[in-house]
Design a protein around this ligand. Structure first.
Ligand code: DX5
Ligand code: ZN
Length: 223
């Protein structure tokens, strides 16, 4: 299973974002947390900021939209050229219709589930998505503690993805660090968001390498 490490710029220096994305050359994608202060009690980047990031980033963007009304706004963000656009299941009126529109625009379509959101309604719909994001903290802030109680949901998704042999990435986001990444990898995650564990380190590429190695080793031991 290919491991992807996506550093979250939520923990980066917001006034130096061009430099901050240049510091993570070994990352797979750059995770960009878009928050609207309604779906979550925090506010980050708008569409113009995402467009500029897309223009200067050497690494493809992985947008995580923590916003109300993604049916209206997610396609607008996808038009920026981001490689991946993930919206929240709890906020979408028509998740499948929205995922199809995102794919038409050319983005990978992702659906995110908060810790309390059941995956069962989506297990039959997996071919409609390119990524399922299992939140391992309540969305809104970096630096929170990993919630191991979300792992049974991740396992159910891994089983369903493997059963249909679909190319659906399983992403975890929140509290992923050296001491937790193996738990999520062993439960079936292949794509790992890390904010504070990467941007809080002195050597960012060394932190990414350490996380990647820990996830790969957990996969090897699990299989
Ligand atoms: C939280 C965001 C995360 C955040 C993770 O709502 O979705 O992407 O940056 O930060 P850490 O890795 O510090 O928990
Ligand atoms: Zn995120």
């Amino acid at each position: 299973m290919t491991v992807r490490i996506n550093p979250s710029i939520l923990s980066a220096d917001f006034v130096n974002l061009e430099r901050e994305v240049s510091r993570i050359a070994s990352a797979d994608l750059v995770h960009v947390d878009v928050m609207d202060n309604h779906f979550v009690p925090n506010l980050t980047f708008g569409q113009r900021m995402v467009e500029r990031l897309q223009a200067v980033s050497p690494i493809p963007l992985d947008l995580h939209l923590m916003i109300d009304d993604p049916d209206r706004w997610a396609p607008v963000f996808a038009e920026s050229g981001a490689a991946s656009v993930t919206f929240h299941a709890e906020a979408a009126a028509d998740a499948v219709g929205l995922a199809r529109r995102l794919r038409q625009i050319g983005a990978r379509a992702g659906i995110a589930l908060k810790p309390g959101t059941d995956a069962a309604p989506y297990l039959e719909l997996l071919p409609e998505f390119d990524q399922v994001l299992v939140m391992t903290v309540e969305p809104g802030f970096g630096g929170q503690s990993f919630m191991p109680e979300t792992m049974p949901k991740l396992r159910a998704l891994r089983e369903a993805v493997d059963r249909i042999d679909a190319d659906v990435w399983l992403q975890v986001d929140g509290g992923i660090a050296l001491d937790t990444i193996a738990i999520a990898a062993e439960a079936g995650a292949d794509t790992f968001v890390a904010g504070s564990a990467v941007y809080g380190a002195d050597d960012l590429d060394a932190a990414i390498a350490g996380l990647r190695q820990a996830a790969e080793s957990a996969h090897r031991h699990g299989s």
